[in-house]
Design a protein around this ligand. Structure first.
Ligand code: ADP
Ligand code: NI
Length: 215
């Protein structure tokens, strides 16, 4: 693998994400990159594809770009072509960027490539545990959402109606997404690493309600 292309991608991503919301900034990318490499050690995969996809996966998140789903693909394709990456590598990296998101989880083809499974696990691990909690409250603050509303009982597997009623509180995001991630991990390493992080969120929620209710 050419070390050069990884280095130039790091520089490109750091520059692009200058000033990004703290949950989706260069440091999120760096953690996902490191986690991806750690998971990849236990899998047979193309490491160059894994690393490039980890580095580029949030280069233009639709949430921060008026819902534009195509922008990240366009930017990544242009960048990788400018670096003379091989076409099959480019295609695999773009496939991962397109399919990694939690909200598109039902659309992924059966038997997703191992490289997608690895980067998706890494991205999901960074969404749970202590870091996941911090990122979630940071995002909620960024959006000026309520942390919690005592009259709305958050629950797992909510319908669209229930979600609307949840008012998008940050605590609701745990039930809407974060607490589901442990069971969606693809790799054995991912599953193992998710355990601790999941349990930490459960203790956090318990303590949160305890303090909120002053009981
Ligand atoms: P994905 O990239 O897997 O589709 P998102 O970008 O929606 O996932 O979420 C990434 C992280 O952003 C979440 O794990 C969470 O920390 C934060 N986030 C996204 N939506 C919300 C929300 N409605 N409330 C609080 N945090 C959120
Ligand atoms: Ni991400």
């Amino acid at each position: 693998m050419s070390q050069n292309i990884i280095e130039s991608t790091v520089a490109f991503v750091k520059e692009k994400l200058e000033g990004a919301e703290a949950g989706h900034d260069w440091f999120h990318i760096e953690r996902v990159w490191k986690l991806s490499k750690k998971i990849a050690q236990n899998e047979t995969c193309n490491l160059e594809v894994v690393e490039l996809a980890a580095l580029l996966h949030d280069i233009a998140d639709p949430k921060f770009h008026n819902g534009d789903e195509e922008l990240a693909i366009k930017i990544s394709r242009e960048f990788l072509e400018s670096q003379n990456a091989d076409t099959p590598i480019i295609d695999q990296v773009l496939f991962i960027i397109k399919n990694i998101s939690f909200k598109n989880r039902n659309e992924i083809a059966e038997n997703p490539p191992i490289e997608l499974q690895i980067v998706q696990d890494a991205d999901r691990l960074d969404a749970i545990g202590a870091i996941g909690i911090a990122r979630t409250f940071n995002f909620g603050g960024f959006k000026n959402n309520l942390m919690y509303h005592p009259e709305i009982e958050p629950k797992l597997n909510q319908t669209k109606e229930e979600y609307k009623k949840s008012n998008g509180t940050t605590i609701n995001h745990f039930y809407e997404k974060l607490l589901l991630l442990k069971d969606l991990m693809n790799t054995e390493t991912g599953k193992k690493l998710a355990e601790d992080r999941h349990n930490f969120m459960l203790s956090f929620l318990k303590q949160f309600y305890h303090e909120w209710n002053v009981d």
